[in-house]
Design a protein around this ligand. Structure first.
Ligand SMILES: C[S@@+](CC[C@H](N)C(=O)[O-])C[C@H]1O[C@@H](n2cnc3c(N)ncnc32)[C@H](O)[C@@H]1O
Length: 283
């Protein structure tokens, strides 16, 4: 089976087409955990890659044997990079890159068009986590692979979402300047019994005043809140399997410890049973 080292040797130009986590070791480890360990739900499958960035995980899926890949990315220059990366790889025929917001583009896609959905590295740059998961459920894939950092400054059982104002200019950040529907989203989370905490910025943890609520554009759930949202979107029969990141040597952005290694970032596979998929199709 192809490994992360094979992947990075084959596509070494991915180090140059992104400024975000484009380090050899990081990409190698992520390939091994997110792609190689899930080969059975990628090889021969139709893959939808949400927040596809420069096409890195779409290319990885093709390299692992996916038959077709569609990527959705909100930054135009990254879509351009994805197109040229796919061309350079000789994969253009089976890859499609769409510029736009994840939810808005998914709303135009047909249920049953994808077997496996990738949702990697974006669940801390959005506030509409539930909306995204519900839209994925409507598409009725067989599996979702979700890779994200979670909020860990609370107890393990605590269902909490922190929301803040993020610089929306950097490639690694939120796309939208603010979320006009934030009050509705907060209400929905609270209805599910999830606590919501508003903070000025993620780093200083200073509380955000209510008058600043309109500037919120990013958020992150705790693991317990994320699991609640997953079960809400896909119903209780879905199965969540955690990928083992023990022994990770990845050092995210030069930090002493990578988020995977210290249990702040996780990769999980959500297997969605047919009943759930039929249910989410609606009346
Ligand atoms: C940290 S990068 C993750 C890239 C890649 N998925 C990975 O895990 O390596 C986040 C990406 O999400 C994109 N993004 C953020 N919000 C988005 C949205 N609402 N719709 C589409 N793309 C979005 C950003 O432009 C950026 O490319």
């Amino acid at each position: 089976m192809r490994s992360g080292s094979d992947f990075i040797n084959r596509f070494n130009y991915l180090i140059e087409t992104s400024q975000v986590g484009a380090h050899t070791r990081r990409l190698t480890e992520r390939y091994d955990r997110m792609i190689a360990q899930n080969i059975d739900i990628i090889q021969g499958k139709r893959v939808l890659d949400l927040a596809s960035h420069d096409g890195r995980w779409g290319l990885a899926a093709k390299y692992a044997g996916a038959v077709q890949v569609v990527g959705i990315e909100g930054r135009k220059h990254l879509v351009k990079n994805s197109i040229s990366n796919a061309k350079r790889a000789g994969y253009s025929d089976t890859m499609t890159w769409i510029h736009g917001d994840i939810v808005k583009v998914m709303q135009k896609l047909e249920p049953g068009s994808f077997d496996t959905v990738f949702l990697f590295g974006v669940f801390y740059h959005v506030t509409n986590h539930l909306e995204i998961l519900r839209e994925i459920a409507r598409l009725r894939p067989t599996n979702l692979i979700l890779d994200t950092e979670v909020f860990t400054q609370c107890s393990e059982e605590e269902e909490r979402v922190v929301l803040w104002v993020e610089n929306s200019r950097a490639d690694a950040c939120a796309i939208h300047r603010s979320d006009k529907q934030i009050k509705k989203r907060i209400g929905e989370l609270q209805q599910l019994g999830i606590q919501v905490e508003l903070i000025k910025s993620f780093n200083d943890h200073e509380k955000l005043s209510n008058s600043d609520i309109g500037r919120i554009n990013a958020g992150m759930p705790s693991m317990a809140a994320l699991q609640k949202m997953l079960l809400n979107a896909f119903t209780g029969e879905s199965k969540i399997t955690m990928i083992d990141w023990t022994g990770s040597k990845e050092r995210d952005y030069g930090r002493t410890n990578g988020f995977y290694g210290i249990g702040q970032r996780f990769t999980m596979v959500v297997s969605i049973p047919l009943t759930t998929r039929a249910h989410s199709e609606g009346p």
